[in-house]
Design a protein around this ligand. Structure first.
Ligand SMILES: [Zn+2]
Length: 443
């Protein structure tokens, strides 16, 4: 009987890494073993970027449904985690994905959350994506005073929600997974959020001016400060400016000074620790999200990157023999994740849980960096296979995997497959079709 279920999202996982047998056994032996005891199905991502596609994975509806993806899943009827929780499972999120971060609704239904999210990145993304929309509206010269006031109010209400979420998240999240550096910055942002809220109440013009003029990537430094120390602020802007230009002009070159990058060894170690202490818990579901592959060109965890090069001889052999046409850094990162999946499978065996655990593995979207016949494209032009083809791997499901050709399966199929294994009825708002043969209304 299945008592543990795991949904693993490997950010940026391309379809052909697992759907093609060419080189899979050599480069990703643990994933190959899982597929041999289960199945892999080629699917199409519902969107080409993490933020857009996460609602489809969690709530099985389209990215633009229920008011779109800007607020995560806040306005969607129900998340698959809530259904799993209702079915009597203890639910845990272990993740390094910033998009699952604060004020986005993804925490719904989880008993425990261990997420290595960087509050500075969440603040940056909120200002540059969410609040920028209001500032664009404010540029309209035909606005009357009342319209302008209404837009400013909506903008500040949204911003306050985010600031309060930074303050609350520190208290209701398991922060033990945060490294020293991440904990320092997240506590700083959380503390300063309280001061920023006070500033909004006493001098909202100052905050509106700052939000529209300070680059989003360095706003965290100005957060809640009455006066900004100019020399340190200038140096920080210089550093962020250099990194930004480096990224913009050298799309495929390694980055040294990027955001905090969590690595999958930390995520899988947390999961293994949880499994070791879970004898008394009858049914458990884990939602995992690892960023290693998506962040494969970030070098700020330099020792981990050096460690990746232990796979280099194997990779160069595969490259010379035509087993991979992907770039080195991409494959090395996936080989590292594969090694950690091997550690997880060993831990399951040690605990005699192998036959009691069902696993679904997939990606949120592909990666053009890995190999693409086209140049790097802005997000709204990413509609080719390299950005939207994903694999769905199912392991230990005791069901036949559909082999009917031509059936379109998408990001919603990831959790639809999982609910199908768990015999949990989907909500009426769910549109996903699983990859097993048991779908009565197959289409
Ligand atoms: Zn992603």
């Amino acid at each position: 009987m299945i008592t543990k279920t795991i949904c693993l999202i490997i950010d940026g996982l391309r379809s052909e890494c697992l759907c093609s047998t060419n080189g899979r056994k050599m480069l990703f032996p643990n994933l190959d073993k899982i597929i041999k005891h289960g199945a892999v199905y080629p699917a199409t991502s519902n969107a080409q970027s993490t933020q857009f596609v996460m609602p489809s994975i969690f709530c099985q509806n389209y990215p633009l449904d229920y008011g779109g993806y800007s607020d995560g899943i806040v306005h969607r009827p129900v998340s698959y985690i809530e259904l799993v929780h209702k079915a009597g499972y203890e639910t845990q999120m272990i993740s390094s994905c910033n998009q699952l971060g604060v004020a986005s609704g993804y925490s719904r239904g989880f008993d425990k959350i261990k997420a290595t999210i960087d509050f500075r990145v969440i603040l940056e993304q909120n200002i540059s994506r969410n609040l920028a929309h209001y500032f664009n509206e404010l540029k309209n010269l035909n606005l009357n005073v009342r319209d302008k006031e209404n837009i400013e109010k909506e903008l500040l209400d949204d911003y306050k929600k985010l600031l309060r979420a930074f303050i609350d998240t520190i208290h209701d999240t398991d922060t033990s997974v945060w490294g020293k550096k991440l904990a320092y910055y997240n506590h700083l942002v959380s503390n300063q959020s309280q001061h920023e809220l006070t500033l909004i109440d006493t001098n909202k013009e100052l905050i509106l001016k700052r939000l529209s003029s300070i680059p989003a990537g360095v706003y965290w430094y100005a957060l809640g400060k009455k006066r900004i120390p100019m020399i340190l602020f200038f140096l920080l802007r210089l550093k962020v400016g250099i990194t930004w230009r480096w990224r913009k002009h050298t799309r495929n070159m390694p980055i040294l000074l990027s955001h905090w990058v969590s690595v999958s060894s930390e995520i899988f170690q947390e999961l293994i620790n949880e499994l070791k202490n879970s004898e008394k818990i009858k049914k458990q579901h884990f939602h995992l999200h690892v960023m290693d592959v998506h962040d494969c060109i970030s070098f700020n965890r330099i020792f981990i990157k050096i460690y990746h090069f232990k796979f280099f001889p194997k990779w160069i052999y595969a490259k010379l023999h035509g087993f991979t046409d992907r770039r080195l850094l991409y494959d090395l990162s996936l080989m590292y994740v594969d090694e950690k999946i091997g550690d997880l499978m060993n831990a399951l065996e040690d605990k005699q849980l192998t036959d009691k655990t069902a696993i679904v593995i997939s990606g949120d979207h592909g990666s053009s960096y890995a190999e693409s016949p086209r140049n790097y494209k802005h997000v709204y032009f990413r509609t080719y296979y390299e950005d939207i083809s994903i694999p769905i791997v199912a392991y230990n499901c005791n069901k036949n995997i559909s082999t009917v050709p031509g059936k379109l399966r998408d990001s919603m199929s990831i959790t639809a497959t999982l609910l199908d294994f768990m015999k949990i009825l989907p909500d009426k708002s769910f549109l996903g079709m699983g990859i097993t043969n048991s779908n009565s209304n197959d289409r």
